[in-house]
Design a protein. Structure first.
Length: 103
């Protein structure tokens, strides 16, 4: 690769990661929650019901499906943001990922 230049990824913007993964998993969670309720599939596991006891009282329905999607999206956004923060910390100490980018 003659035209390639070496680029190092030193920092990941945490808010952008939060929005990106939160949005993706919110959409996926809404699809799972709403279609799960439409097909009468129990999308809430017992561990989720124990962690959030108010959800188990809701029962099946549109609201429970939407709540599942929102919780799914928020959980994925928070976890991925934590990983982005960890990446930023270790990239500052050890150096970031290196790529060869062709213009």
């Amino acid at each position: 690769m003659k035209d390639a230049r070496n680029v190092e990824l030193r920092c990941i913007h945490v808010l952008a990661v939060f929005r990106f993964f939160g949005g993706i998993f919110l959409i996926v969670g809404l699809i799972i929650g709403l279609f799960g309720n439409l097909l009468k599939v129990d999308v809430m596991s017992t561990s989720i019901a124990r962690a959030f006891p108010f959800i188990s009282k809701l029962g099946p329905g549109i609201f429970a499906g939407v709540l599942f999607g929102v919780l799914y999206g928020l959980t994925a956004a928070v976890v991925s943001s934590i990983f982005a923060l960890l990446y930023n910390f270790f990239a500052a100490l050890l150096g970031g990922l290196k790529f060869d980018v062709k213009d």
